[in-house]
Ligand binder design. Structure first.
Ligand code: FES
Length: 124
């Protein structure tokens, strides 16, 4: 998995968020002082774009139902979201922001088939 250039530091104001599309995945980039962080760009509660949210004190607040996430760790801090955001490795190369975006692994068709054969109490 290679480092990809996904934005320029000058595109993000301090304490702001920028939404970018990387190979079909929405990613949210945050600039806190001179550090940049990246998380999944869509809230884990529903389909809100976090790039439309608000950055404050190292947290992103979802624009739809106001869940908050820690920008550094992706941890969900309050309801209604309970699932943490994915985070991505970021590095600065001069003004360029580079990121490594790992695609979520697809489940193996063999595992899916095996899971369907497991008897349940109601099927006995
Ligand atoms: S969509 Fe983000 S909290 Fe509901």
């Amino acid at each position: 998995m290679a480092w990809q250039r996904i934005a320029s530091l000058s595109e993000i104001a301090v304490d702001a968020v920028l939404g970018v599309d990387v190979d079909g995945s929405r990613v949210a980039l945050y600039r806190l002082a001179n550090e940049v962080f990246a998380t999944a760009g869509i809230c884990t509660h529903a389909m809100a774009l976090l790039s439309d949210g608000f950055v404050e004190d190292g947290k992103i607040e979802c624009p739809l139902h106001q869940s908050q996430f820690d920008i550094r760790s992706g941890k969900a801090l309050c309801a209604p979201a309970t699932e943490d955001l994915r985070t991505y490795a970021v590095k600065l190369d001069g003004d360029e922001i580079r990121c490594r975006i790992a695609k979520p692994r697809a489940r193996s068709p063999i595992l899916r088939r095996s899971a369907q054969r497991i008897p349940t109490l109601s099927s006995r």
